[in-house]
Design a protein around this ligand. Structure first.
Ligand SMILES: *Cc1c(COP(=O)(O)O)cnc(C)c1O
Length: 377
């Protein structure tokens, strides 16, 4: 994690109370189902350890990471939580999982066999979950392997902690794929009647209680991102990011801005250079080269466009229309009350997930509304 002071200035602010409110709202929506928390990719860029401690404090017990290494790091922060590893079992690493109390989400016959052998050697059932592929074609057992899996479990006497699947199109609630996958999942549960089930990501939690089962697994919505396309986002914003202006200059109509001379000024323009570029995760696709959308940022609450190509460390913006005095050192809002994660995502033709996990580059991360007793180390 980065330190909280920088000479450059600017930084990322993460509102832990907003994360708590979002998690509690999802917990309310999920009704009697348990509500987990997905903390992969360092908590979508917000800091898995701090967010893990914060959510544990308000009652979350089930956490999901992508890799076993993320699991090891998170285990230090929340010693008594249940931690699932979504990547599954890495070959020959079963003992490492067990040493840190991490549960692999087993996703293939070879992973299952390796885990059952490991349990046999240990002389006890070490907890793990199962992931079935209901149509995503990412990790997971094939549906046709259900009976074989059942037989292996019966022979070894092993009962998984959880059986799960994952939706391909939950962000588009009317997509028929979601109902189809859910139907397959329901059928699958007949083979595993006593095992707790889980299929819902944020969008599915928010779409229908048909998807809640025993445990829901929200990620993006906790962090304030838009889970469902085409609907207003009800979640509290979690992240603000500000970067300083390095220099301001007046340029004339017809001059060009930046690499490739890709943007030609259509009017006399006051340009501000901000200390932010693609090395910080500000996508080059946010370049403003006329015709295309380009990125938007805010200066003193006024939304202004990116001018020309985003470069590695600096990007030009057009502050001609910003009222009042703007000076070097003043902050530019990249994310915050005026510019949402999804505004940036839409302009870059990507999704909020990528903005969150990428746009944290060189800037220090500061936490606000830290619950009492939550360590920031
Ligand atoms: C990332 C992920 C989630 C969380 O998804 P969101 O859309 O961020 O809520 C849940 N389950 C699995 C398997 C995932 O990979």
């Amino acid at each position: 994690m980065t330190t909280s002071k920088s000479i450059l200035g600017g930084g990322i602010t993460i509102d832990l109370d907003a994360i708590v409110r979002n998690w509690k709202a999802l917990d309310t929506v999920s009704g009697k189902s348990l509500t987990g928390a997905v903390l992969k990719a360092d908590g979508y860029g917000t800091g898995a350890k701090v967010v893990g401690r914060t959510l544990y404090k308000v009652g979350a017990r089930f956490f999901f990471v992508a890799t076993p290494d993320e699991g090891v790091a998170l285990r230090e922060a929340i010693p008594n939580a249940f931690i699932f590893v979504l990547d599954g079992l890495i070959p020959r690493a079963a003992a490492d999982y067990a040493a840190h109390g991490l549960m692999p989400v087993l996703a293939s016959m070879s992973q299952l066999t390796e885990w059952l052998d490991f349990c046999l050697n240990r002389g006890k059932a070490v907890p793990a979950a199962l992931h079935f592929d209901t149509g995503f074609n990412r990790v997971g057992f094939r549906m046709k392997e259900a009976e074989l899996v059942r037989r292996e479990l019966d022979q070894s006497g092993f009962e998984p902690q959880m059986i799960m699947s994952h939706f391909a199109c939950a962000d588009q609630p009317s997509h028929e794929m979601t109902r189809k996958q859910n139907g397959l999942f329901q059928g699958l549960l007949n083979h595993f009647p006593d095992v707790p089930a889980s299929i819902a990501n944020s969008a599915a939690v928010m779409s229908s209680k048909d998807y809640h089962y025993h445990l829901v697994r929200p990620g993006i919505a906790m962090y304030g991102g838009r889970a469902i396309n085409g609907r207003p986002n009800p979640m509290a914003p979690v992240i603000e990011m500000n970067v300083p202006i390095l220099q301001i200059k007046d340029a004339r109509i017809g001059e060009t801005v930046g690499y490739g001379a890709a943007y030609r000024l259509r009017r006399d323009t006051r340009i501000a250079i901000m200390a932010l570029g693609y090395a910080d995760g500000y996508f080059r696709g946010l370049s403003g080269i006329g015709g295309q959308m380009g990125g938007r940022v805010a200066v003193n609450g006024t939304i202004v466009p990116v001018l020309g190509r985003v470069s590695m460390d600096m990007t030009a913006i057009d502050i001609t229309d910003v009222p009042g005095l703007v000076q070097p050192g003043d902050p530019v809002e990249i994310l915050g009350p005026t510019i949402s994660i999804d505004d940036v995502a839409d302009a870059a033709r990507t999704i909020g997930y990528e903005v969150l996990t990428t746009l944290n580059g060189r800037f220090p991360r500061n936490y606000v509304n830290v619950p009492e007793g939550v360590s920031l180390d």
